[in-house]
Design a protein around this ligand. Structure first.
Ligand SMILES: Cc1cc2nc3c(=O)[nH]c(=O)nc-3n(C[C@H](O)[C@H](O)[C@H](O)COP(=O)(O)O)c2cc1C
Length: 239
């Protein structure tokens, strides 16, 4: 519970500062201890902190021996290498999941859709020390292909990972893990056999809040791709 409060304080501290975009003298004095400075062009310098948003938010499942499997919600997660595929998750030592992952050296990253957002939040505010999160959230633990840690059936993508390195950084230790295999929900394939991940209502986490992935703005490389000629117009121009 202690660590939960400290995480909440971290989030709240940042939000307070965000709401005070343009500070008057009184606010500035109040925020001195937060190291907020006002510059001439109305931009604020904040103390060093986490402001890299939006982020994926994922449910990480893990198991140790014959114990019940557990789920921890993680936002400090990322892709760190394409080939071979490596990912990272950063976890506080106080988490029940920390020792499970450290000892089993395995975990599964389960992507989150809007239908799973409540369960995701729950798994981020309750500990496996006190509750069976699979049971409480009616999630189905299914066998993974390469690791003992179960995958979450309701998730559209399960990424099976083997821990190779643990880097202590401060509040969090970073687990660098090799991706051994990926399972996707077969119901999300279109008629051409393409995986429709971006139509599955993926969830992102930004500055303390969850969002559903929104409007498509372009695709990889669109800024330099040549526009396809508009055939109708061309036909017309010949006349
Ligand atoms: C949106 C969100 C993101 C979180 N991200 C992390 C994270 O990246 N690393 C971490 O150690 N805890 C993170 N937490 C907190 C843990 O998920 C939380 O403490 C959880 O109850 C730990 O479960 P456990 O004790 O069963 O392992 C996050 C919580 C939420 C709600």
């Amino acid at each position: 519970m202690l660590e939960q409060n400290s995480e909440n304080k971290e989030i709240k501290g940042n939000t307070d500062m965000a709401n005070n975009k343009f500070l008057n003298k009184k606010d500035l004095a109040k925020n001195k201890e937060k190291n907020v400075e006002k510059t001439s062009d109305e931009r604020l310098y904040w103390r060093a902190g986490n402001m890299l948003y939006p982020l994926p938010v994922v449910m990480v499942s893990a198991v140790r021996g014959d114990e019940k499997p557990n789920i921890i919600t993680v936002a400090w997660a990322g892709t760190v290498c394409s080939d071979p595929a490596y990912v990272s998750i950063s976890v506080r030592k106080e988490r029940f999941s920390y020792d499970i992952i450290k000892e089993s050296k395995e975990f599964v990253i389960n992507l989150v859709t809007k239908e799973l957002v409540r369960a995701t939040d729950f798994c981020g505010v309750r500990s496996g020390r006190d509750v069976d999160k699979f049971k409480e959230m009616h999630l189905t633990a299914i066998e993974s292909k390469y690791v003992k840690a179960p995958s979450i059936k309701e998730s559209p993508v399960n990424i099976e990972c083997k821990v190779e390195k643990i880097i202590p950084l401060g509040t969090h230790d970073m687990f660098i893990a090799k991706v051994l295999g990926v399972t996707v929900d077969g119901k999300r394939m279109d008629e051409k056999g393409r995986f429709e991940l971006n139509k599955s209502g993926l969830v992102t986490y930004s500055h303390g809040e969850y969002f559903e992935l929104g409007k498509k703005l372009g695709k990889f490389g669109f800024s330099v791709s040549k526009k396809k000629p508009n055939r109708k117009k061309q036909k017309g121009s010949k006349k």
